[in-house]
Each structure stands twice: as C-alpha cells, then as structure tokens.
Design a protein around this ligand. Structure first.
Ligand SMILES: Nc1nc2c(c(=O)[nH]1)N[C@H]1C(S)=C(S)[C@@H](COP(=O)(O)OP(=O)(O)OC[C@H]3O[C@@H](n4cnc5c(=O)[nH]c(N)nc54)[C@H](O)[C@@H]3O)O[C@H]1N2
Ligand SMILES: Nc1nc2c(c(=O)[nH]1)N[C@H]1C(S)=C(S)[C@@H](COP(=O)(O)OP(=O)(O)OC[C@H]3O[C@@H](n4cnc5c(=O)[nH]c(N)nc54)[C@H](O)[C@@H]3O)O[C@H]1N2
Ligand code: SF4
Ligand SMILES: [Mo]
Length: 741
C-alpha cells in the first residue's frame, strides 16, 4: 500500500523523494517565504524590538532524557537563550552544550507544521486534524476489532507524561505492548543489576576514593550533575581508571586509560573477582549477612585466572591483579561503575551477564549504600489522580507482541520491551498498527532495512514528531507536536541525594498554529475511540494531584518550574529488592527460566579474534549531539563541521600498515552494508577496534542541515539480532573490513 520504497534509499543517501518535492506536496512554495517582506522597515523593527523586556519561563531541556531544569529567556515572544535551573538536581544551574543548540529545534525550518498523510504515490499531503484523527481512529478500531489488541503497539520516550496519556490510552484499548528505546540502550545493564541487587544503584562519585569505569564516559554521555560529581571526585583526589577500547573524553582526565578488546569486560571482571575471593579481600561481614549464593559464585571462579583474562581482554595479568587489589583496598568507598550503555548496556551477547558480573564484584566490596560506594536513593513523595474521581483503565492481560516478560518469549526482559522484535512480527503480519511518539526506532536500532521494512509493512503507523525522522518517513500519518518551548507537561519527579520535582511550562506562543501538544492529541483520539471516560481530567488536575503532598499551589509551582525536596537518606543496612531480599550471587529466577543461575564467561557472538583486515566497530556519544536527533540542528552541526567529529577513529599503527593517513577516505564494509567515510588516525584506540560517534548518517531527505554532513551511521552495519537472555539489540556485535579508496 505504501509507496515510499526503501530500495530507493541507498548507501545512506535518500533518492526517493527530495525536499523540494516534499514542499510541493505539502503546498508550501519557496517563493512565498520571501513575499510580503517588501517595504519592511528593518531598522524601525530592530529598534522597537531591542527595547523589549526579557522574561523567563521555567522549563525542562528536551535534548536528552536527563531533562535538566532550565529557564527559557524570552524576548518578543522568541526564545532568546536558555540557562540552567538552580533548584533542580540534574542541572544545578548548568546546562550542557546540546541544550543551547536545542533552541534550533524550535525555529528549524524543517519542522513539521501540519498533520501529514501518506499518499498513494509515497509523498505526504497536509490534512486537517479532523480528517487525520477520524481516519486514525476508524482504522485503529477496525484493526483492534479484527486482529485484537495483541496486534497493536505503542513506542515512546518514557516520561511521566506518557503514563497519564499514551499508556492510559493503550490500556483503555486493551493494548499491553508498550515499548521504549531501552533495548538499544540499557536493558542488559538493568536486568543484570535487578537480578542481583533488585535495582540499579547510583555511584556516589563525589565521595569515592577509587572508581573503575568500564566504558562509562561522563564527558561524552553527559548528565550534567554527574559531571559535577566527577569534578568533585577529581578535586578530592579519587583514583579514576577508565577501561575502554578508546581513550574517551573521561579517560583524558583519569589516572589511567586501560585499552580493552571490545566485548571482553566480563573476563576482566571475573578475574578481578577471583583475585579478591582467593586473597580473601572481600567484605566478609557483608557477604555473610546480606548475600545469597556466594559459595556457588566463588566456586565457579576457578578457571578465571588473570592469565586467562589477559588472553581475552588484551590487558596484562599484572594490571588486572593490581586493579583488583587497589579496588578492594579502597572499599567500601570504591566501585565498578554500574554503567549506562557503553560496555554492557545492550551491546553484546554477554552484556546481561557482564552486568551481573559487575554487580557481583561490587558486592564483594560491600559498597552497597556506603559513602563513596553504590547508593540506593529514595524518590520524593508524589500524589496521583484520585482513582474514584478519575478511574484508570485496568491493566490488560493481553499478550505482549514483542514477547517481553512472556514465558514463551523473553520472560526476563523488562517492561520497556523489545521494539526490534516487533519489526519481525510486523513483517510476519502479526503486528498491524502502532503509535510512536518522541522516538525514532527505525534509525536508532540496528539494521535499517529490517527496521524500516517492518514499520513500513504496518497497516497503520502514526508518528508524533517535530521533524521528519526515519520512522516518520514510513508512517501513514505524521502528527506535528508543538516544540518543548511551546507546551506545558506533567510534573516529573526524581530521586537522588536530593529529590526534585520539575515541569515544563509554555514559554512562547505556538509558532505554527496547526501544531498541538501530545496530551491534547491523545485526549482527542481517546474521544474518537470512545474511551474518553478515562480522560475526564485536565493537565492541571494531574499536576495538582502530583503536588498534593507539598505545601505549594500549582500556580506557585508554575512560577518556579523546579524545586528540590528532601528525601530520606539511603538506608544504612542495605535492603535489596530481590526475591530473597538479599544480594543474589545466585538467581533462582534465572534458573527457572533456563538462564545460568551463576555468572560464567560467555563470548561475544562475533568472537574475540579479528582477521588481518578486520576490525570491531564500536559506537558512542559525543558531547555535542544526542543520538541521531540533533544532527539537523544548525548550531551543533556547525561544531561537527568545524572539528570534523564525524570521522571514523582508527589505530595509527594499523592505519600505517594499510597505507591510510589521517583524513583519508575509506570504504567500510560489514556482512550487510558498505559505505565510505573519512578517518581520524590516532594512538587513542585499541588496534583491533574502529570507532565512530553514533549521531550521523541520517537517511531522511528532510533534514536539510544533516544532509550536508557526510558520515556513516554504525547501526547500518549491524544486522538484526537478539541477545539470548533478554532479547535486546546488540549494537556492537559487528566486524567490519576497511579499505583505502
Ligand atoms: N552528549 C550526549 N550525552 C548523552 C546522550 C547523548 O546522546 N549525547 N545520551 C544519554 C543516554 S540515552 C545514554 S544511554 C548515555 C550513555 O552514556 P555512556 O554509556 O557513558 O556512553 P556511550 O558513549 O554509549 O559509551 C561509553 C563508552 O563505551 C565504550 N565502549 C564500547 N564498547 C565497549 C566495551 O566493550 N568495553 C568497554 N569497556 N567500553 C566500551 C565506547 O568507546 C564509549 O567511549 O548518555 C546520555 N547522555
Ligand atoms: N546510531 C545510533 N543509535 C543509537 C544511539 C546513538 O547514539 N546512535 N543511542 C542509543 C541509545 S543510548 C538510545 S537511549 C536510543 C535513543 O533512541 P530514541 O528514543 O529514538 O532517541 P532520539 O534519537 O533522541 O529520538 C527521538 C526522536 O524524537 C523526536 N523529538 C524530539 N523532540 C520531540 C518532541 O518534543 N515531541 C516529539 N513527538 N518528538 C520529538 C526527534 O525528532 C527524534 O526523531 O538510541 C540508541 N541507538
Ligand atoms: S544533559 Fe544536556 S541535553 Fe541532556 S537534558 Fe541536560 S542539558 Fe539537556
Ligand atoms: Mo540511552
């Protein structure tokens, strides 16, 4: 039915439809933009506008999921600048560079400014909201009636706003398949820590004496307050060891950079555990009182000697021994970082087990809730909508289409789901309709062709977006949301040393009158689907309910936007939210589901050996971009151009053997894809690895700025695959060959 054919999109360059055709199809004429400006007195306009007052409105940054608190400074109803909110635990008065570049999102000429419907010939035509929402409701209802709620999904950027709107709408329709991006981010890490500790702890950076960072790169994968914690640790003289196949931004300020073979961290961690157990350097009291299955874990370590680990990791055995002893010596004010995505968020066949092994090594240190160790902070109290007044739909017991949590699927996966597995079901005709909001699964999961042909095969795909992302390209309807500066949202709450409540308020008038806020669109859709009985509240009602435990009115809160609130100190005696109530070296739950109850070495799927002309391709974050979402923002794209940050890192010695010099163009090929890019030749990377920042190589023809930056997207080279225990995508399981062109 749909005419945009992805076979038209080759080699990272879209040739199917272009921007001019798009403008034509949407009825916008380029000439019209300049018309009406003749006779305009710019000087008079400038003088008047220069005198205007600057007002500030509280908001939350939208450029990454950290949602730092910010002030939007507004002059003449235009965003003037943004600054960090002081009374917010994430920002603490500061923002990272991306927040400033994010202003471009608001004024981007590439923004979608009216509802778009895919036409028979594969273009998009503007339609009215009534036409779009009536048709969406009719078609969705028909699919629900004919195929059942198992054939429908919702995928989004997980925020509190979603809970009261998108998730509620899905539940009211009997749909249970609600996914987020986590299976391309941190699913393995989360499952590994949940299985052992019952949750993911926060490292107490500022008080730590020794930290081992296995690919947690604070300088690239930024969360502003954590950078402050790291700064404090450096100031106080903590020892910081960075283990990463490349010398990342954090390693440049660390005490040591230890290059490692990608995918082998688990071997390092098991060998360090063996030394600590053999030399009885562990916290006996903690092991005795708070843990379950230590004996089995300890017995299983036998073969994991430092010499064995050296062969796999390429880290000298004596360094492994030294790090193990130093770590134990500094405990409990020491930790192996629980990570975010880097080494074991979702990258390899062994990522879940690497996370579990890291958690076990931490348990040996007895650092749970210790100062300078790993802490479980409480969240702030919040209220919620009164159930009698505003009944919520029951949580349906329908099967999840992605198999997450299902006995015959991936019972150990989290409720954040497995969107890449949905693509398989879409191709098989088992999943027929979906709504995607603030998420770009087609570009951000591996294997573009698999993802886009899956989403394209849907009978109905509705995408809520601000720009024409790769997922929007294959949608039947693209619904234009107003930008973060033009809308108000549900109050978010966060735990930490200090709790925070924070919200976005509307800072400027809508720029494009036909854009609407997410909650407004969902409620309208609910009415057309005749489930509006679950939406008889306003956004203000939700926010008033959330603030109920606090002595502040919503009106006052809207002036403040963010406020830090006291939360109880972490419990001194750790309480683990696990089946046994203890730290679990042994997982009965894993055993019940046929997974190994105790961690043992698992190799990455692609193995650890590389042939002469092969490299492992690894990706990561850089300070100036968020995923692939900011590639089209002019200010940030300019930094890329000025510093050529879109190059592929290659080891200097290997490059010289291959006759490749800095800046040369190379061809890079995997089993499924081949492309060209320029290289950065450097000593700062392990010889068997090539690395690229993950923010480039957009395939959408509608990103006019991003299109001018030629680079590769690592996901293109990685085939569709699922990890065995929890089914996450494996973003770094790929070997590539490099040739000079
Ligand atoms: N600037 C910026 N900041 C962000 C984001 C963003 O897009 N841009 N996104 C946010 C999100 S959603 C996330 S998940 C976090 C991610 O934060 P991080 O997980 O810290 O970031 P990554 O860059 O994904 O990975 C960190 C490092 O892991 C290394 N690495 C890769 N494979 C291996 C391996 O096998 N072993 C070891 N030891 N290291 C390896 C990479 O070389 C990279 O330097 O960042 C958050 N903050
Ligand atoms: N190549 C590559 N792949 C990656 C990563 C990477 O860095 N590079 N990172 C991995 C990680 S760690 C993660 S967490 C995931 C992230 O994957 P996603 O959740 O897909 O994250 P983003 O790329 O931030 O995509 C967000 C989409 O939301 C849109 N958007 C922005 N603001 C709004 C808004 O206000 N409303 C609506 N409706 N839409 C909006 C953007 O235009 C963008 O298309 O990707 C993973 N995959
Ligand atoms: S870390 Fe940066 S981009 Fe992310 S929310 Fe905070 S300021 Fe915005
Ligand atoms: Mo992420």
């Amino acid at each position: 039915m749909k005419v945009i054919n992805l076979s038209n999109i080759k080699g990272g360059k879209a040739v199917g439809i272009n921007r001019r055709q798009f403008l034509k199809a949407t009825g916008i004429s380029l000439g019209a933009v300049g018309a009406g400006l003749s006779g305009f007195d710019f000087d008079a306009w400038a003088e008047e506008h220069e005198k205007a007052e600057v007002e500030i409105s509280p908001s939350l940054c939208n450029v990454c999921a950290s949602h730092c608190g910010m002030w939007i400074h507004v002059k003449n109803d235009r965003v003037w600048k943004v600054t960090g909110h002081e009374d917010n635990d994430r920002s603490l008065g500061r923002l990272c560079p991306r927040a400033h570049g994010g202003i471009d999102w608001v004024y981007d000429p590439d923004r979608i400014d009216q509802p778009l419907k895919k036409t028979e010939d594969g273009n998009f035509e503007p339609v009215s909201w009534d036409e779009a929402l009536d048709d969406i409701a009719d078609r969705l209802q028909q699919i629900l009636d004919e195929e059942g709620p198992e054939s429908v999904f919702y995928a989004h950027n997980p925020r509190r706003t979603g809970v009261f709107y998108g998730n509620r709408l899905m539940h009211s329709l009997g749909v249970n398949t609600i996914c987020t991006h986590n299976a391309a981010c941190n699913t393995a890490r989360t499952v590994g820590f949940n299985a052992t500790m019952g949750g993911v702890p926060t490292p107490d950076l500022a008080n730590s004496e020794y930290m081992l960072l296995l690919g947690r790169n604070y300088g690239g994968g930024i969360r502003t307050n954590q950078l402050k914690g790291l700064q404090e640790a450096v100031r106080k003289g903590a020892e910081i060891i960075c283990v990463d196949p490349r010398q990342n931004d954090t390693a440049t300020i660390a005490d040591e950079w230890i290059p490692i073979r990608p995918g082998s961290d688990m071997a390092l961690v098991l060998a360090m555990s063996k030394i600590i157990v053999d030399e009885e350097l562990y916290d006996e009291e903690f092991i005795e009182e708070y843990t379950y299955g230590f004996e089995e874990f300890a017995e299983n370590l036998d073969e994991y000697t430092p010499e064995w680990a050296e062969l796999l990791t390429d880290i000298p055995a004596e360094d492994i021994e030294r790090m193990a002893r130093d770590l134990a010596e500094a405990a409990p004010a020491a930790f192996v970082h629980p990570n975010w995505r880097g080494a074991f968020g979702c990258n390899y066949e062994n990522s879940t087990e690497t996370a579990r092994a890291v958690s076990c090594l931490n348990a040996l240190l007895g650092n749970a809730n210790a100062e300078g160790g790993l802490r479980f902070y409480h969240g702030p109290d919040t209220g919620s909508l009164d159930e009698d007044e505003y009944p919520a739909p029951p949580v349906p017991d329908t099967r999840r289409a992605d198999g997450a949590g299902e006995d015959d699927g991936f019972p150990l996966a989290t409720s954040h789901g497995l969107p890449h597995l949905l693509a398989e079901k879409m191709l098989e005709g088992e999943v027929n309709a979906g709504i995607v909001r603030h998420h770009n699964p087609v570009r951000n999961f591996p294997d573009y062709d698999h993802m886009s042909s899956g989403f394209d095969a849907l009978d109905l795909l509705v995408v809520f977006e601000t720009q024409m992302s790769e997922t929007a390209l294959v949608a039947d309807y693209v619904l234009p949301e107003c930008s973060f500066a033009e809308r108000e949202e549900v109050i978010e709450s966060r735990g930490g040393k200090q709790g925070t409540l924070a919200m976005r308020t509307q800072a400027i008038s809508k720029i494009h009158p036909e854009t609407r806020s997410y909650d407004d669109i969902i409620v309208d859709l609910a009415e057309r689907l005749e489930v509006d009985e679950y939406f008889q509240f306003s956004l203000d009602d939700v926010n008033r309910a959330i603030l109920e435990p606090y002595d502040i009115s919503l009106e006052e809160f809207k002036q403040k936007g963010s406020m830090m609130v006291d939360v109880p100190e972490p419990d001194e005696a750790p309480v683990f939210n696990t089946e046994t109530g203890k730290f679990q070296f042994y997982s009965d739950e894993f055993e019940r589901h046929g997974a190994p109850p105790v961690v043992s070495w698992i190799s990455p799927d692609t193995g650890l050996d590389v042939e002469d002309n092969q490299f492992r391709l690894v990706q990561g974050k850089e300070a100036i971009h968020s995923h692939t979402a900011t590639a089209n923002t002019p200010q940030l794209a300019q930094i890329t151009k000025d510093y050529n940050t879109n190059r592929l890192w290659i080891n200097a010695e290997r490059a010289s053997e291959m006759g490749i010099s800095d800046g040369d163009e190379v061809k890079i090929s995997s089993e499924i894809f081949s492309d060209r890019c320029n290289v950065k030749v450097t000593e700062r990377i392990h010889p068997e690895t090539v690395y690229v920042h993950g923010g480039y190589g957009n395939r959408t023809p509608f990103y006019s700025t991003a299109q001018k930056i030629d680079s590769i997207n690592p996901n293109d080279f990685v085939k569709y695959q699922k990890e065995s225990i929890v089914g996450h995508a494996m973003i770094n399981e790929v070997m590539v060959e490099i040739e000079k062109v």
